[in-house]
Design a protein around this ligand. Structure first.
Ligand code: NAD
Length: 518
């Protein structure tokens, strides 16, 4: 394979940074473009997670004492390093995931933008803040933000650069250390992203990587965390939430989706088709926010369908470490199996295939064509289950109300998209869709790349948010310090009855003061 990383010694060199002691079982890592094994990683244990937290806790105590400006300077330098190392990162991410280079480059840009964003906003967010006191003028109340300690991050393989480090960056800016358990298939990519962070000046023990399977290494990392940031499937997210609950620590869970895209009667069908093709098939559909359900108004249905089929048929599939392909491979045999199962099940139950529909083993073992299904009915698995692959179902609707109702008829609520020529109407419709992010005249990038705004899901798509102020403040404990001057807020020398009457009058007067509650 034509990449600098198809070299066992270079991958072994990256693994030197892993926190693993002694002999461990190994987990095979393969290159999805060919199906060949390229390396194996150690399967981390409880002892490895314990060692990682010990190191991380020691490093965190000193890091938290550093001025915020010093901490965010590392993030600023990191943004530069990531952009400088773009091609190396892309090669390794492609090697481990089989994605197209076009899809991989979004990750590099995202990480650099996230680092710069939190470098800019962290100093203000972390500043101690005066708040309204109990008795105006007499109670001086201040809220301080302390790091929670060590954050456990568990990440999936589909965006191996972004999801391994982007959630760690605000945690580090807030003065925490991080223990990361990356997906077993993409551990080397996570290690390269971490190496660049250390090159940018991060003390190495502030980001410790524990490799291995989710059920053991992942669970061991979750069990010791002061805060858990998990990205992955809804099933694993429930386990993680239960574990966090038992330990009484907070968590954010960024989980799956069955994301709808609504084409309203006044939409430009060509523009909507072009946007929908990107929204459905970016990263070969292995994207938490990608579209799997299309609700198209009767008035534009035929025009949209024909333009969409054309867009999808034009997409170039291929394996390669250049920008020639639009769509790459699926990441694993399991991903291909699930995709093929959804298509076969739907076709056997009467769905029609408007484009794609076939595995493409001529290109590589896990390739599957971008696929459009019509005539999909509720008993088909693809109707409600997340495929997390390149398959979308097209439905005709009679009105915007029907589109909204059907979009909302899902256990998930991650991301949605609305297409219309009237953007005011688009915003109104968007607010009725029960998803954490909704894009108007765009598939997913507009909300995801609005780094200043929160991103996350409702229902089975998770709890908590990344990005925005929430994406950093969730890694802090707020502490309220109130200094009372003058008379204390209790009965003092007064008889209790008199005190109660005085306080009743006082409370009536105070509640009329503008801003008293603040
Ligand atoms: P997964 O849940 O199997 O694995 C994700 C990570 O969790 C891996 O590192 C895995 O080893 C670990 N893990 C698994 N079980 C665990 C457990 N019990 N305790 C601790 N860690 C555990 O998911 P996947 O198949 O790798 O990723 C695909 C899923 O992730 C899809 O459902 C997709 O929608 C979702 N996803 C969501 C987002 C988002 O931001 N909402 C982003 C990417 C992927």
């Amino acid at each position: 394979m034509n990449t600098e990383w198809a070299d066992a010694d270079r991958l072994a060199d990256l693994r030197e940074a892993l926190v693993v002691a002694g002999d461990r079982a190994s987990v095979a890592v393969e290159a999805p473009y060919t199906g060949e094994q390229i390396a194996s990683i150690p399967d981390g244990t409880e002892a490895d997670a314990a060692a990682a937290y010990e190191r991380a806790r020691d490093a965190q105590a000193e890091w938290a004492e550093r001025p915020v400006a010093e901490r965010v300077a590392v993030l600023d330098r990191y943004a530069e390093r990531v952009l400088d190392a773009r091609d190396s990162l892309l090669d390794l991410a492609q090697l481990e995931t089989g994605k197209s280079r076009r899809d991989a480059v979004e990750e590099v840009l995202d990480v650099a933008a996230t680092a710069s964003h939190y470098a800019n906003v962290a100093p203000d967010l972390l500043e101690s803040e005066r708040r309204g006191g109990a008795v105006p003028g007499l109670t001086k109340t201040t809220v301080h933000r302390h790091p929670v300690g060590v954050v456990g991050v568990v990440s999936p393989w589909n965006y191996p650069i972004t999801l391994a480090v982007s959630d760690a960056l605000p945690a580090l800016a807030a003065g925490n250390a991080v223990v990361l358990k990356p997906a077993e298939q993409t551990t080397h990519t996570a290690l390269l992203a971490r190496r660049l962070l250390v090159d940018a000046g991060l003390p190495p023990d502030l980001l410790c990587v524990v490799p291995g399977e989710g059920a053991r290494a992942g669970a061991a990392v979750v069990d010791r965390a002061d805060y858990v940031c998990f990205t992955g499937s809804t099933a694993a997210g429930r386990e993680v939430a239960a574990q966090a609950g038992r330990n009484l620590v907070d968590c954010s869970l960024e989980l799956g989706g069955k994301n709808p895209l609504l084409v309203l009667d006044d939409a430009d069908p060509e523009a909507a088709a072009e946007g929908a093709a990107r929204a459905c098939f970016a990263n070969a559909g292995q994207l938490c926010v990608s579209t799997e359900r299309l609700y198209v108004h009767d008035a534009v249905y035929e025009d949209f369908r024909d333009a969409f089929v054309g867009e999808v048929r034009d997409r170039r599939l291929g394996a390669g470490f250049d920008y020639a392909a639009d769509v790459g491979s699926l990441q694993s045999a399991a991903q291909l199996r699930k995709t093929a199962r959804h298509v076969t099940d739907a076709v056997e139950r009467g769905a029609s295939v408007l484009a794609g529909g076939r595995e493409r083993s001529d290109l590589g073992p896990y390739f599957h064509e971008p696929t459009i299904l019509a005539d999909v009915t509720p008993e088909m698995a693809v109707h409600d289950e997340e495929t997390f692959g390149p398959v979308v179902s097209l439905y005709r609707v009679e009105s915007a109300d029907e589109a909204v109702a059907r979009a909302n008829d899902s256990d998930y609520g991650l991301n949605a998209s609305v297409w219309t020529e009237d953007t005011d109407r688009g915003e109104r419709v968007a607010r009725r869709v029960q998803c954490g992010t909704v894009n108007v005249n765009e598939g997913y990038v507009a909300t995801w790349a609005s780094l200043d705004a929160p991103m996350g899901g409702v229902g089975d798509s998770g709890i908590g948010r990344r990005h925005g102020d929430d994406g950093l403040l969730k890694y802090t404990e707020s502490q309220t310090v109130a200094v009372q001057r003058g008379p204390r807020i209790d009965t003092g020398p007064l008889p209790t009855g008199l005190w109660a009457r005085a306080m009743t009058t006082g409370t009536r007067l105070l509640s009329k003061l503008p801003g008293w509650a603040r």
